[in-house]
Design a protein around this ligand. Structure first.
Ligand code: CP
Ligand code: NVA
Length: 313
């Protein structure tokens, strides 16, 4: 429902919307919620959360729907292409209307301008469920998984191999630096991260003791605690005509794993394309934590919704 005039409404549009201490609080809450899934019901009433998709989804859709119900709330699942939004109702009007019905808006859409516009007009928290530029909910789950597997996040080295210009690379840069990690992105020309995002990640790393490296050397998996990759063709890029053969040396394969630390954790947000960005041997092998990572979407998103609602009162 509409927040009282004068209160602050917190949003999660990109990973650095959470300060380092705030991210740590969310991750601690996520671990608590994983240990005791029904211990907190901040949406009891029930309060409702709108979850809107302008793009396809399996994990995000199911984990938000199940998670909101577990918090005692009612998830209102909306296909954005089927709503009036999809036939020209403005984002501002949609934000104002949804804010009268629900306590938070979760949105998977395209450009950053679209989700910024939603947040500018909403009077309830807005959560980015993936945009072209960022996927902060996924990276909270990734950090939770890294903490479980590696005993913590700060000081660990995470190497991302492949399309360094997509939402996952950007969110790992920002979210990893916020967690005090040493984040390396290895990508070929034409697939390098947005310079402004790299600058923001470096600024965050300077606060946390982390670091940021962008390289075109696929051997950047050397000594890594965590290896990550993602699809070479993100949603919306299917017909962009770019030559993806240049990405082949950045495939997450057994050679990349062999260069990393012996206890390396392999992550992939899924869906995966075995034989393209990752080999079957690696994603289905002993270093892979992708199923825990997928499960942690549920816990991390319950935590971030709870945290944003508490901070927005
Ligand atoms: N990782 C992820 O966001 O998956 P979905 O596209 O299935 O939601
Ligand atoms: N980079 C991928 C992530 C999918 C969860 C995409 O945007 O399609």
């Amino acid at each position: 429902m509409t927040a009282t005039v004068g209160t602050t409404v917190r949003h999660l549009l990109r990973d650095d919307d959470l300060a380092p201490a705030e991210q740590a609080e969310v991750l601690e809450l996520a671990a608590t919620m994983k240990a005791d899934p029904f211990g907190r019901r901040p949406l009891a009433g029930p309060r409702a959360v709108a979850v809107v998709f302008d793009k396809s989804s399996t994990r995000t859709r199911v984990s938000f729907e199940v998670g909101i119900a577990a918090l005692g709330g009612t998830p209102v699942m909306i296909d954005g292409r089927d709503a009036q939004l999809g036939r020209g109702e403005t984002i501002g009007d949609t934000a104002r209307v949804l804010s009268r019905y629900v306590d938070a808006i979760v949105w998977r859409t395209g450009s950053e301008e679209r989700i910024q516009e939603m947040a500018a007009h909403a009077t309830v928290p807005v959560v980015n469920a993936l945009t072209d530029g960022f996927h902060p909910c996924q990276v909270l789950a990734d950090l939770q998984t890294i903490a479980e597997r590696q005993g913590g996040t700060a000081g660990r080295t995470l190497t991302y191999l492949g399309d360094g210009a997509n939402n996952m690379a950007h969110s790992l840069l920002l979210g990893g630096a916020t967690a005090g990690m040493h984040v390396r992105v290895a990508a070929p020309t034409g697939f390098t991260p947005d310079a402004a995002v790299v600058d923001a990640a470096r600024a965050r790393a300077a606060e946390t003791g982390g670091s940021v490296t962008v390289t075109d050397d696929p051997a950047a998996s050397e000594g890594a605690d965590v290896l990550v990759t993602d699809t070479w063709t993100s949603m919306g890029q299917e017909s962009d005509g770019r030559d993806r053969a240049v990405l082949a040396p950045f495939r997450l394969d057994a050679a990349a794993v062999a260069r990393a630390r012996p206890d390396v954790t392999v992550l992939h947000c899924l869906p995966a394309h075995r034989g393209d960005e990752i080999t079957a041997e690696v994603i289905d092998g002993p270093a892979s934590a992708v199923w825990d990572e997928a499960e942690n979407r549920l816990h991390a998103q319950k935590a971030v919704l709870t945290w944003l609602l508490e901070r927005s009162r």
